[in-house]
Design a protein around this ligand. Structure first.
Ligand SMILES: [Ca+2]
Ligand SMILES: [Ca+2]
Length: 254
């Protein structure tokens, strides 16, 4: 009925003509008006389209569609905070590692000892060769080398001479060493100084390294000198204490 009134206002046609409902057809669905005839009997001009109608009621919800394909994996997320420190595990059993290291050390030490021994042998041979050049007259006894070169001096000179060569004044500690000393001195037929003395305590003879003298081969009634603190060897191998200022053949031991 409202749409019918709207037709009257828009077209401006006589009320009589419009009063005939047969000549104006209005359809709710199309929302349009169609003029059939004018006042002069001729067909009128077509009317313009009316405004669009209101939206209809919302239809029922459709069925759920099929699940789509799985998308690609996204980038990794940020690093999370560190976790809590775990409990200490039980102590494991002792392995063979320590044993192997010990064996390795033993092998290395054994190798070093062999090298040292070879080096000492080489050094000893070299040293003896040099010594033989310095002291043409030498002999060995119980691992020692006794040597003379004919030089003489007082006790202090004898000590310094032998010390500078890496040895010391001959100091027999056994009968064998005493015999070796005697034989060497006999080549030059001169008395030699021995290394022992009682300079520190009268009557108590000691070796140069401080050892108390245990072996001795004193001549009868010797030692007999409070002012005689050094020792010479006679040509029979016996010993006599003498003043250290005396000059005697220098014999060194190495
Ligand atoms: Ca003395
Ligand atoms: Ca004496």
């Amino acid at each position: 009925m409202q749409l019918y009134s709207f037709c009257i206002l828009v077209l401006g046609v006589p009320l009589v003509s419009l009063s005939d409902p047969a000549q104006c057809s209005c359809e709710d669905k199309a929302n349009t008006c169609t003029v059939i005839a004018g006042s002069n009997g001729l067909p009128g001009t077509p009317g313009s389209h009316g405004l669009p109608g209101r939206d209809g009621k919302q239809g029922p919800q459709g069925e759920q569609g099929e699940q789509g394909l799985r998308g690609t994996q996204g980038p990794p997320g940020k690093v999370g905070p560190p976790g809590c420190k775990g409990d200490q595990g039980e102590r494991g059993q002792k392995g063979d590692c320590e044993g192997r290291e010990l064996e390795l050390l033993k092998t290395q030490i054994s190798g070093l000892q062999a090298e040292l021994k070879a080096l000492q042998l080489t050094t000893s041979k070299t040293y003896k060769a040099i010594l033989g050049h310095i002291f043409p007259n030498s002999t060995t006894a119980e691992g020692k080398i006794f040597a003379i070169n004919g030089a003489e001096g007082d006790y202090e000179t004898s000590k310094a001479t032998c010390y500078n060569l890496g040895g010391q004044v001959a100091s027999p500690r056994s009968a064998e060493e005493n015999i070796a000393t005697l034989k060497l001195a006999a080549k030059l037929g001169r008395h030699v100084y021995l290394g022992m003395n009682d300079q520190e305590t009268e009557g108590i003879f000691k070796h140069l390294n401080g050892d108390t003298m245990k072996y001795s081969n004193w001549a009868p009634k010797e030692p007999n000198g409070e002012q005689e603190d050094c020792i010479e060897m006679y040509m029979d191998g016996k010993w006599n204490d003498i003043a250290c200022s005396n000059v005697r053949l220098i014999m060194c031991e190495f």
